[in-house]
Design a protein around this ligand. Sequence first.
Ligand SMILES: Nc1nc2c(ncn2[C@@H]2O[C@H](COP(=O)(O)OP(=O)(O)O)[C@@H](O)[C@H]2O)c(=O)[nH]1
Ligand SMILES: [Mg+2]
Length: 288
Amino acid sequence: MSQIQWFPGHMAKTKRLIAENLKLCDIVVEILDARIPASSKNPMIDELLRDKPRLVLLNKSDIADRDINEQWMAHYKSAGVHAMLFCAVNSRGNKEVLNRIRLILKDKLERQRARGIVNRPVKIMVAGIPNVGKSAFINCISGRKAMKVENRPGVTRDKQWIRLSGGFELLDTPGILWPKFEDERVGRHLAFCGSIKDEITDMTGLAVELTDFLIKNYPDELSARYAIPAQELCGAEKYDAFAMIGKKRGFLLGGGDIDEERTAKMLLDEFRGAKIGKISLEKPGEVL
Ligand SMILES: Nc1nc2c(ncn2[C@@H]2O[C@H](COP(=O)(O)OP(=O)(O)O)[C@@H](O)[C@H]2O)c(=O)[nH]1
Ligand SMILES: [Mg+2]
């Protein structure tokens, strides 16, 4: 979970650092959360990367809605953006990513070869907002055979490169970017996914909003999880549906009131853990 507090000074420094690292890299892997590809995108990244080759990874695709994953893939394809679905946990699939990177850089690599440059490693940098799975991706793609590359001339001393198979090197520190936090809906979606600290959010309000979203978009999953008929959930006001769920779990206070806090925490935990189902919060083409 994000413990980072963003201040203008911090953002400026981050931008500067990423711009510096970009110069050393051939390609950026921009990691997004497949459940919230719009909200998990840094608002400045396009400006920051400009024409730097890029591969968008929709990570956590294992816990996102399969149909919506495909909609996003179609969306990126028609926009001419290189994108892949990914799962950085329980998978060792670095081959597919590296093959794709090689394909994206094909022309550049051929030009280098024509000029006699053959053994230059392809350098990769990872970037994304907190909690999208940057560290998980780095661990996953480097696998067990990963090794630290020694400092070399031309590389700032504190930069560490992880040597991957097939002539790739990965910068071991990802570019951590800030989300578009001034937008209320974006903030809510990030909070649903646990990418914003819970202590600073109204958990009950948040869980009631999540209940509302689930009733409207995934009524059958919600109904099955909490053993409440879908008609009952859909016919109720959002708070009442939330309360039904708490009551069903027996989360009551003395006097019979719903233990809102406990219900909220349970609902958010179960959503984040994909216990309710494979759920996406954002589809392509929606205005956020
Ligand atoms: N289900 C699932 N969880 C993931 C995936 N990638 C990362 N996570 C989880 O998401 C959380 C944040 O991951 P982390 O790599 O620390 O994100 P970072 O802040 O971008 O470095 C951790 O609890 C990971 O286990 C994924 O592909 N699928
Ligand atoms: Mg990390």
